[in-house]
Design a protein. Structure first.
Length: 311
């Protein structure tokens, strides 16, 4: 490894394109910056700068090394900041929350303002993933929102709600295609389908084929003249397509229920599927059982979902 001090001097010089300004920023002499740069260039066996008058410009090798070095320093700073927040004495109370992208966009985004207004001293760090079993090293959320009853060792899981799934479209789309008021009409219409590809396989997956089969309709019997069938593993995209009058999608009530309540989406048929054997869970770190900030978020979240908390 090259000298960390030399790399730090190089990053400053590359940032300011001037050795004197880099020296001022690091509170050292210009000669010290020049010496560190020469040391680094000698180690790498190539020039990192082209001298242009009083300024300097990165060579091709210098640009490559600067990109890597700068990113490394940023990562170090962010890691140090996380550790300080976790173990320091700041009045701010940080919490790291992990959930799916769909849950963050469709559930969290519209409800968090009420949490922040009631808890101005808590800072939330939200991490989204589709695979809760394989996350980056060092990511140790305080809270998971997931369909896994046991997400990791060292977490306490609290049961939440069952999945309730039903078709949704816009009022305008329903008016334009009234045939989707029947299951056969739905089967032959434009279906926007959530595929399982690339998504964490931790629970049963309900797509249009499964949903229709539960109601005794075989999706394979779609007419050859049926409208198109679109697959995507991005639920946020599917919801946006529905809102743009592009078809019918399956709606998970905890995610799109507010859109139905607002009248932006409607249910072309009243049938639904309720997954009685599975639930969503809030899992929190057992070693933070008595953490005040975590406790406040837990109580707020459970209240938002109509789940009583133990007293």
């Amino acid at each position: 490894m090259p000298s960390l001090r030399a790399v730090r001097s190089f990053v400053a010089a590359a940032k300011y394109q001037n050795f004197t300004r880099a020296a001022e920023a690091l509170c050292v002499t210009q000669a010290a910056i020049s010496r560190q740069i020469r040391e680094l260039e000698s180690y790498l066996g190539t020039d990192l700068f082209k001298r242009v008058g009083r300024s300097v410009e990165l060579t091709t090798a210098g640009s490559i090394f600067f990109d890597a070095a700068q990113l490394s320093f940023i990562n170090i700073a962010q890691a140090a900041d996380r550790i300080r927040k976790d173990h320091g004495t700041s009045a701010r109370r940080p919490l790291t929350l992990c959930c799916s992208p769909a849950f963050s966009a469709l559930w969290m985004a519209q409800r968090l303002p009420s949490f922040f207004s009631a808890n101005p001293d808590i800072d939330l760090n939200l991490v989204t993933t589709q695979n809760f079993l394989s996350m980056e090293p060092g990511v140790y959320p305080d809270i998971f929102i997931t369909k896994m009853s046991r997400v990791r060792d060292g977490y306490v899981s609290l049961p939440l709600f069952h999945d309730v799934i039903y078709p949704v479209c816009t009022p305008d789309y329903l008016e334009a295609y009234p045939e989707i008021r029947t299951l056969e009409g739905l089967r032959d219409g434009v279906l926007l389908n959530l595929s399982p590809y690339g998504r964490s396989q931790v629970a049963e997956h309900v797509d249009w084929g499964v949903w229709l089969a539960i109601h005794d309709i075989d999706i394979e019997s779609r007419s050859r003249d049926s409208l198109h069938y679109f697959n995507a593993n991005d639920y946020n995209m599917l919801v946006q397509m529905v809102l743009n009058d592009q078809g019918v999608a399956l709606g998970w009530d905890h995610l799109i229920g507010p859109l139905v309540d607002q009248g932006r989406l409607v249910r072309p048929v009243e049938l639904e599927v309720v997954l009685e054997d599975t639930r969503h869970y809030l899992a929190y770190r057992e070693d933070k059982e008595e953490d005040e900030a975590l406790g406040r978020f837990r109580e707020w979240f459970m209240d938002q979902n109509g789940v009583p908390t133990a007293t």
